[in-house]
Write a protein that binds this ligand. Structure first.
Ligand SMILES: NC(=O)c1ccc[n+]([C@@H]2O[C@H](COP(=O)([O-])OP(=O)(O)OC[C@H]3O[C@@H](n4cnc5c(N)ncnc54)[C@H](OP(=O)(O)O)[C@@H]3O)[C@@H](O)[C@H]2O)c1
Length: 246
């Protein structure tokens, strides 16, 4: 359900996957509201997309109502904003732990809670959650990040159950490694040779396709579905393989 005039909100629209998604949605004729804290970067994306910028810190519980008030009736809500942190859990600063949970998990739940009554009343809408392969696997040294993304998957799946037959679709986008400022921001670069990072535009294309085709879950790249499914049926084996080869 993407047509000219569709009212879309993209959190984390100032950078990376969110900015690429905003640009693609705008090319499909959507009116896009990009959300983030960086007013200059948001302004650039809004200018490029002919859309609007909403400066909001998603750690703030009041941000969801602010976003909805600025957006108006939302047709497509893309919960994409997120941040990571790498290292052993005992070394993780307490405020960073809080922030990860607030931005990656609480903010999407608050935004969906605020947007859903309107979508359900209109009998149409689409929710998109940008998760991570880290939410489908257990990732050592990314414990809280993995937990927030696993929580996001559960949130999406549960809400999908609540919305069955009510005209509102739910898609989860599960990227592997994406070439964005994400790693620089978390302070630990991505150094492995494989899997190779994919461009943010590839994730954006998969995301828009998922909305258009009402897909419940898309992996980017697609082969990541295999380890995720293997973990579902053989968690102990998968964890052991990850420790050995991960
Ligand atoms: N890059 C990867 O390899 C990868 C892999 C799997 C999943 N993902 C997920 O993809 C999503 C997008 O990440 P990305 O790779 O595009 O990274 P990115 O370029 O660092 O973008 C992160 C976005 O989140 C926003 N954000 C962070 N904290 C915020 C806060 N407190 N309030 C409002 N906005 C906030 C940032 O906006 P401001 O700076 O303007 O606040 C920025 O637009 C995240 O959920 C991430 O977990 C990324």
């Amino acid at each position: 359900m993407i047509a000219p005039g569709t009212n879309a909100v993209v959190t984390g629209g100032s950078s990376g996957i969110g900015a690429a998604t905003a640009e693609l949605l705008a090319r499909r004729g959507c009116s896009v509201l990009v959300v983030g804290r960086d007013a200059d970067a948001l302004g650039d994306v809004a200018h490029r997309t002919g859309g609007r910028a909403c400066v909001a810190d998603l750690t703030d519980p009041a941000a969801a109502d602010q976003v909805l008030a600025e957006a108006g009736p939302v047709d497509v809500l893309v919960c994409n904003a997120g941040l990571g942190w790498a290292g052993p859990l005992e070394a993780m600063p307490a405020d960073t732990l809080e922030k990860l949970v607030q931005v990656n998990l609480l903010a999407p739940a608050r935004l969906v809670r605020a947007a859903l009554p309107g979508m359900v009343a209109r009998g149409r809408g689409h929710l998109v959650f940008v998760s991570s392969i880290a939410g489908s696997m257990n990732v050592a040294h990314e414990a809280v990040y993995s937990a927030t993304k696993a929580g996001l998957d559960a949130l999406a799946g549960s809400v999908r159950g609540e919305l069955a037959g009510r005209g509102v679709g739910v898609s989860v986008v599960v990227p592997g490694v994406v070439d964005t400022p994400f790693f620089a921001r978390r302070g630990v670069p991505y150094v492995r040779r494989r899997p190779r990072p994919v461009p943010a535009e590839r994730v954006a294309r998969a995301l828009v396709r998922a909305v258009e085709r009402d897909r419940a879950e898309v992996f980017v790249p697609g082969w990541l579905r295999l380890p995720a499914r293997l973990r579902g049926i053989a968690p102990v084996l998968t964890d052991a393989l990850q420790r050995r080869f991960g």
